[in-house]
Design a protein around this ligand. Structure first.
Ligand SMILES: [Mn+2]
Length: 341
């Protein structure tokens, strides 16, 4: 056990004994990042604490239906002097993004006491206090537990914010990370007035025409291994130009490949400036793709992980397929030996 892992109680004490919170979430934000961030803001307000929300990408238009998202700034305003940092949904400190990292460094904020709230099993416990649990569906599920423990009542807005992360990260309650506790919390959030249909319709299933055309184009070029179990797609720089799209429009592309019948492991390789961003997904509960991502310097969850690769696409594909095949073969061996009398 990592000695730096603190208990839930220490997280509550940390919140009670600190103030002037700079609340951060990861770049390329998703509904869990925004939901956790906006809900955390309300939590701190209820505790009579000051807070400021910063995400390197600011408030993305794509997620304008998340209540309070307009409070998410792309940099820390000069008018706010933080004394505490909160990292939400960040598996590592660098997930806040290089630009925000540089800003915090130059302002001397990186050494402030920090709280790390996250559900990635690859989290390296970089905070002063770490509320980290790889078994939770989402960071929003964990933030809910803070509301509950601190007896801060949730209104319809707060419930909506937390549902964004829970619905988003569980693939609308379809992934194995959806535990009975997740469903109970979701039920409580709906009872508190959280509009589940609106979350699904206005936050989760919102795609621009550009993004669908970009994804359709990528899927037309799908490649599968001979046994069909590993499948992947590639998005190149010129595809963004062709469809007036960008990397944010590739969100859920790997999931679309994973959902193809017979596919055990899906990958999506996307051009991102001078690197390739790779997302890995599996529909098999027994596989651990976070280890594959880690072998390339990335991380994530068992069923969903990601990494960045600098180099030639051909080298990336060769190395990736080799490692994914190994994971599948190891799994097959394990199953065979388990079936022996
Ligand atoms: Mn998350």
């Amino acid at each position: 056990m990592n000695p730096k892992i603190q208990s839930f109680g220490e997280t509550l004490e940390f919140l009670a004994s600190h103030d002037d919170f700079l609340v951060l979430s990861h770049f390329n934000p998703d509904p869990d990042a925004y939901g956790a961030q906006t809900a955390f803001h309300n939590l701190l307000l209820s505790l009579n604490k000051r807070s400021c929300l910063v995400n390197q990408d600011g408030a993305l238009d794509r997620y304008s239906a998340v209540p309070g998202i307009d409070q998410v700034l792309s940099e820390c305003p000069d008018s706010f002097s933080p004394r505490t940092l909160v990292y939400l949904d960040c598996g590592g400190r660098d997930r806040i993004g290089a630009r925000v990292m540089t800003e915090l460094q130059s302002k001397g904020y990186l050494s402030l006491p920090s709280l790390n709230v996250d559900h990635h099993i690859s989290n390296d416990h970089f905070g002063t206090v770490n509320f980290v649990d790889g078994d939770r569906s989402s960071t929003c599920e964990m933030v809910y537990e803070l509301f509950e423990a601190l007896k801060v009542p949730l209104n319809a807005e707060g419930a909506f914010q937390l549902l964004c992360g829970i619905v988003g990260d569980t693939g609308s309650f379809r992934y194995p990370s959806t535990s009975p506790r997740t469903l109970r919390i979701a039920a409580l959030l709906v009872e508190a007035g959280g509009d589940l249909a609106a979350v699904s319709q206005n936050v989760i299933a919102v795609y621009t025409e550009s993004s669908l055309l970009l994804q359709a184009n990528a899927l037309l070029g799908i490649r599968r291994t001979d046994d069909g179990k590993i499948a992947g797609v590639i998005v190149r720089e010129e595809d963004y130009q062709k469809f007036h799209a960008n990397i944010i429009d590739t969100e859920n592309l790997a999931e679309r490949v994973r959902d193809i019948q017979g596919v055990a492991i899906a990958y999506a390789i996307r051009a991102a400036g001078d690197v390739w961003k790779v997302s890995l997904r599996t529909s098999l509960e027994t596989l651990d793709l976070s280890a594959v991502a880690a072998s390339f310097g990335g991380g994530g969850h068992r069923a969903a992980s990601a990494f960045r690769f600098r180099g030639e696409l051909a080298d990336l594909e060769r190395a990736l397929l080799e490692r994914l095949q190994k994971v599948l073969v190891a799994k097959a061996k394990e199953v065979t030996s388990r079936n022996k009398p």
